[in-house]
Structures are given as structure tokens and as C-alpha cells.
Design a protein around this ligand. Structure first.
Ligand code: ADP
Length: 272
């Protein structure tokens, strides 16, 4: 499974990433953590990134893309990963599309954690207080002044990714202001079709397996009204009737994603 968590600083991406790695046995790839490790180790990347991060600005795309390209090739990322903090700009998203395409890999979903920016500052202040109480070192960019810069960078450079992934049908939205478990449950619902095994097709019977709907469609609320359900079932009956007629005439409707005998038949040049 390959998932991106999208959301401003303090939205809870790290917390949700932890839940996903425990549940799905995948790895968390956090460019923020990787960059902080590089800064602490004083590597050339770290030296380049240090002052940029302290100002709450974004490290150049080429630097983070190179880090991620290297990381997704590691053996522990083969089962899948959750990207937290990457991509953060449209060029980074395009680079990721290329990197995955070259490896024949696909994203399962991009999950946007929607949050109220006014509350974020309070969340980060609490994080600082909790870490201080535990005697942990505070991130140099975890202070109200730099946070404003990080939020600005998110709004200007990262928020456009919502459109990038929505247009690919990959975007799912969750309410990041809800309780942690509730947010996790919303994410699980979006990811359910990605990990659900397809029902085996039984010979001689019509398959009941549906093509996995895209994440965005799954996140959409269902119509609960009685009239809506009645309209829906009438429409479904009409479709079934047409399908039966079509099947008798030898040209049934093609379900999206369903294979026809033509699809699976190999073309033999000159043959028949
Ligand atoms: P946040 O809690 O703000 O989301 P992160 O730990 O993800 O923080 O990132 C901290 C800092 O590291 C960012 O403010 C930025 O300077 C740098 N950084 C992390 N990921 C990226 C990225 N994909 N592109 C550019 N800069 C990044």
C-alpha cells in the first residue's frame, strides 16, 4: 500500500502515519525526519537544509526528491509506505509520479487532513509543553513565529496538491479536528477498497465483485433518503433488465474494469 498524508503542520500526519505503519506493515517516509537526521549528522544535505528549516521555508525540490528516490528503493519500502511531508510542492508531486511510474508502482490514496488553522497553533504549543515535560529536545522550528512561516508555505506551495491529486481521482478527505481514533477510522474507510482482496470469480456464474471505487468516491456520503433509495433501486432494476436483454442479444454492457473475452484473447498475427 502506498499512501500520502497531506495537511498543514500540526494536522496529525505523524500520528496517523504511525497508526498506518502498525496496521499495514508499511514504512513511514517523513522528509522532515530525514532532513532533521541529516542536519544532526552534519551531512552536506543537512548543512544546506539547516537554516532553511529554521526559517520555516521549504528545502529545494531537488534535495528532497533525491532523498525520496533513494529511500523508496530500500528493501523495507517494498511492501509499501506512507509519505508524510512529501510531496510538498507541485514539482515534487510530478517528480514522485515519475519515480513511481518508472518503477511500475502506483499510489493507492492521498489523504488530506482538514484542520482549522486557528487550532493548529494551540496544538503545537501543547506539543512543545508535552515534550518539555518529558525532557525531550524541542524542534528549532516549533515556535509560533516560525510556525506562521510553515503555515504560509503550506498554503502557498502545498495546498495546490489537493487539486493535483483530486484530478487523478486519488484524493480522500478526513476531518483532522476529530479525535485521533476517529481520524484513523475515517482513513481506514478510505483505504478499505485498496487493500480488500477481490472476490474470486466462479466459473459459470456472474461475478459479484465490483471494480474498486476510487478513494474520492468512497469518501462521498451516501444518499440516505427513502426516495433516493427507491429511485436508485428502480434505476438498478432497469439496468439489470437492459443487461439481460443485451446478454441474450450477445452484447451485454461492459462493466468498467471487467475483462471481455477479446481482452484476454491473444492476437495471433494473420491467424483467427
Ligand atoms: P511540519 O510539522 O511542519 O509538517 P516536517 O517535519 O514535515 O514539519 O518538516 C519540517 C521542515 O523540513 C519543513 O518546514 C521544511 O523546511 C523541511 N521539509 C520537510 N519536507 C520537505 C519537503 N518535502 N520539501 C521541502 N522542504 C521540506
Amino acid at each position: 500500500m502506498r499512501v500520502i498524508l497531506l495537511g498543514p503542520p500540526g494536522a496529525g500526519k505523524g500520528t496517523q502515519a504511525q497508526g498506518l505503519i502498525a496496521k499495514h506493515g508499511i514504512v513511514q517516509l517523513s522528509t522532515g525526519d530525514m532532513l532533521r537526521t541529516a542536519v544532526a549528522a552534519g551531512t552536506p544535505v543537512g548543512l544546506r537544509a539547516k537554516s532553511i528549516m529554521e526559517r520555516g521555508e521549504l528545502v529545494p525540490d531537488d534535495v528532497v526528491v533525491a532523498i525520496i528516490a533513494d529511500r523508496i528503493d530500500q528493501p523495507d519500502a517494498k511492501r509499501g509506505f506512507v509519505l508524510d511531508g512529501f510531496p510538498r510542492t507541485v514539482p515534487q508531486a510530478e517528480a514522485l509520479d515519475r519515480l513511481l511510474g518508472e518503477r511500475g508502482l502506483k499510489l493507492d490514496a492521498v489523504i488530506e487532513l482538514k484542520v482549522d488553522e486557528g487550532i493548529l497553533l494551540q496544538r503545537i504549543e501543547k506539543r512543545i509543553a508535552d515534550m518539555t515535560a518529558r525532557g525531550e529536545k524541542i524542534r528549532s522550528d516549533d515556535n509560533p513565529e516560525v510556525l506562521k512561516g510553515r503555515l504560509f508555505a503550506y498554503r502557498e506551495q502545498t495546498a495546490p496538491l489537493v487539486g493535483h491529486y483530486a484530478s487523478k481521482g486519488l484524493l480522500g478527505r478526513v476531518d483532522g479536528m476529530a479525535a485521533v481514533d476517529d481520524v484513523s477510522a475515517q482513513i481506514s474507510r478510505i483505504l478499505a477498497p485498496a487493500k480488500a482482496p477481490r472476490a474470486p470469480r466462479k466459473a459459470g456464474r456472474k461475478s459479484t465483485a465490483k471494480a474498486a471505487p476510487k478513494a474520492a468516491a468512497m469518501a462521498a456520503p451516501k444518499s440516505k433518503s427513502r426516495a433516493g433509495r427507491r429511485r436508485k433501486s428502480k434505476a438498478a432494476m432497469a439496468v439489470k433488465r437492459t443487461a439481460r436483454k443485451g446478454a441474450r442479444a450477445g452484447h451485454g454492457p461492459r462493466r468498467p474494469g471487467a475483462k471481455t473475452s477479446q481482452d484476454s484473447a491473444k492476437t495471433v498475427p494473420g491467424g483467427g
